[in-house]
Design a protein around this ligand. Structure first.
Ligand code: G6Q
Length: 551
């Protein structure tokens, strides 16, 4: 690690480095034994959420050092600059204002002196009115039938947030159309959804900020062909297709009336866009009131992020714990374990949010960042994960910190199930921390009557050291408000980590090259001239081309 870099050379970083060995050596369980107040000391609340990070290898000096680093790195000033509409995304020359999308009527937010709230509110009201009209059956298909199915066609930021939220909030959605999502250009995705639908009662929401994304345009074109092949005339497209985009010209060229387009702005990044018109599918699923509650939950977290002191600030604490685990303790990944089946898509959502934002190795100054940045984000809901990869979490050779996410009240009427779910969530964080000593294994096996030699053979396999860190985030329930606060928590965590590492969390240049190359290879697969390739790529194209030609 280069000591000259402003991050690693900072006094706070230098003060933190020597604390690493103690953090790795001192058992978490021992920390609790030594400090009866530890759970309270390392638990914070905000916007209705509770963050317990007491099972992390953090103590007073570590936390003080991390907070000092946040101050040295100017996190508060950068946060205020983002909230004030400054162009904190310099590689794209844009402001970053997803917070405006959930701000109240009277918020004063401007970009280059131009207030953004009037436009935000106008689109929000139009979109919510549209969603309600569809839900009520006032907006009908071309033949006069109500809309029963909505297909959201979009990918990446125009898919993951709405898909995750619709699934998370389905239990409280009330009467409304059934929402489907098609993102992949793989025709299996579109074909399997369309096979279940009727053109006369289907509405397509084409969600694309640019309205040029290959996958989305291919799927939208095929969806329109399916509609027309189903017996509807060209004029029916206007009743069955709406668009969410910043590109009115492309929407119009596709054949969607811009009167049925819901816009947003360049200062809304794709992966931060579910609060904008990109959330239309969410509004169609849960209604205007639910969508407003989602926005309000996020806004409560925005206020907390803007106002709470750093030592009590949930996004800041989550970010600092993550940075400590990544940069000082060397843990390469972070497991997201929601103990809530409806949050099954949350790990995928956070994967994009964190990895596309902070999966970078060059700082804003154009120089390499001298320390590891974003860890690999992955996960699955509990308790399913316990019967799959949790083995590695407990006994694998890599230590993987876990974020347990637990809504306290379920959205169903099966309290016995919920009690078991909650018990398992809490048990896992405890088991990761305390592990299982050889003595405990011996006592258990000898209690079961095993001979001494057999016990000694099994002890190494059944013993685990524990001391594996986790945080637990408690939500009051799985309401739109709580989900909004949870997602905003992670959005701001990402911002804080980006600020600490000195990188731009809001661009994504790394995904461009593959897109460009795919265009050329698609031409070749369609019979175009061969491009200049390495031998592996050329052979793969040749084999794929002969299979395509034969089919
Ligand atoms: C998100 C990314 C990316 C984007 C998709 C879809 O932050 O930029 O995931 O959302 O590539 O882009 P369009 O909305 O323009 O189709």
């Amino acid at each position: 690690m280069s000591p000259e870099h402003p991050l690693s050379a900072s006094p706070a970083w230098q003060a933190l480095a020597p604390l690493r060995s103690r953090a790795l050596e001192l058992l978490l369980a021992r920390r609790f034994a030594d400090d009866p107040d530890r759970a309270r000391r390392y638990t914070a609340t905000g916007a209705g959420l509770t963050l317990d990070f007491s099972k992390q290898a953090i103590d007073g000096p570590t936390l003080a050092g991390l907070l000092a680093m946040a101050r040295e790195r100017g996190v508060e000033a950068l946060r205020d600059a983002m909230l004030a509409g400054q162009r904190v995304n310099p590689t794209e020359g844009r402001a970053v204002l997803h917070v405006a999308l959930r701000a109240p009527l009277d918020a004063q937010i401007a970009v280059d002196g131009v207030a953004v709230m009037p436009d935000v509110l106008a689109v929000r009201e139009r979109m919510l009115a549209f969603a309600e009209a569809v839900r009520r059956g006032d907006w009908r298909g071309h033949g006069g039938e109500p809309i029963r199915d909505v297909v959201n066609i979009g990918i990446g930021g125009s898919d993951l947030g709405p898909r995750m939220a619709c699934e998370a909030l389905a239990a409280g959605a009330g009467a409304g159309p059934c929402i489907h999502f098609v993102s992949n250009v793989d025709g299996h995705a579109l074909a399997s959804v369309l096979a279940r639908l009727k053109p006369q009662t289907t509405l397509f929401v084409i969600a694309s900020k640019t309205f040029t994304t290959l996958e989305t345009m291919r799927n939208a074109t095929s969806a329109r062909a399916w509609l027309l092949a189903g017996g509807l005339p060209e004029g029916a497209v206007a009743r069955h297709f709406v668009a969410v985009s910043t590109n009115a010209a492309a929407v119009s060229a596709f054949g969607i009336d811009t009167a049925h387009m819901f816009g947003f702005w360049d200062w809304v990044g794709g992966r931060f866009s579910m609060w904008s018109a990109v959330g239309l599918s969410i509004a169609l699923a849960i209604g205007a009131e639910g969508f407003r509650a989602l926005l309000d939950g996020a806004h409560q977290m925005d206020r907390h992020f803007a106002e709470a002191p750093l030592e009590a600030n949930l996004p800041v604490l989550l970010a600092l714990v993550g940075l400590w685990n990544r940069d000082f303790l060397g843990y390469p990944s972070l497991c997201i374990a929601p103990y809530a089946e409806p949050l099954a898509r949350l790990p995928a959502y956070l994967q994009q949010l964190e990895m596309e934002s902070n999966g970078k190795s060059v700082g804003l100054d154009g120089h390499p960042v001298p320390v590891p940045t974003c860890p690999v984000i992955w996960g699955e809901p509990g308790t399913n994960g316990q019967h799959a990869f949790f083995q590695l979490l407990h006994q694998g050779t890599d230590v993987v910190p876990v974020d347990f996410i637990l809504p306290l009240r379920p959205s169903h009427g099966l309290p016995d199930h919920h009690r078991l779910l909650v018990a398992n969530c809490i048990a896992q964080s405890k088991a990761l921390m305390v592990g299982r000593s050889a003595e405990a294994v011996r006592a258990e096996l000898s209690g079961a009557g095993l001979p001494a030699a057999e016990i000694e053979r099994l002890v190494p396999h059944r013993t685990f050291a524990g001391n594996r860190p986790s945080s637990t985030i408690l939500l009051p329930d799985l309401s739109p408000r709580a989900l909004g606060a949870l997602v905003a928590l992670y959005e701001h965590k990402v911002f804080v980590q980006g600020a600490l590492w000195g990188i731009n969390s809001f661009d994504q240049w790394g995904v461009e090259l593959g897109k460009q190359l795919a265009g050329g290879i698609a031409d070749e697969l369609a019979g175009g001239p061969a491009g200049a390739h390495d031998a592996s790529t050329a052979a793969l194209i040749a084999q794929a081309r002969s299979a395509l030609d034969a089919s």
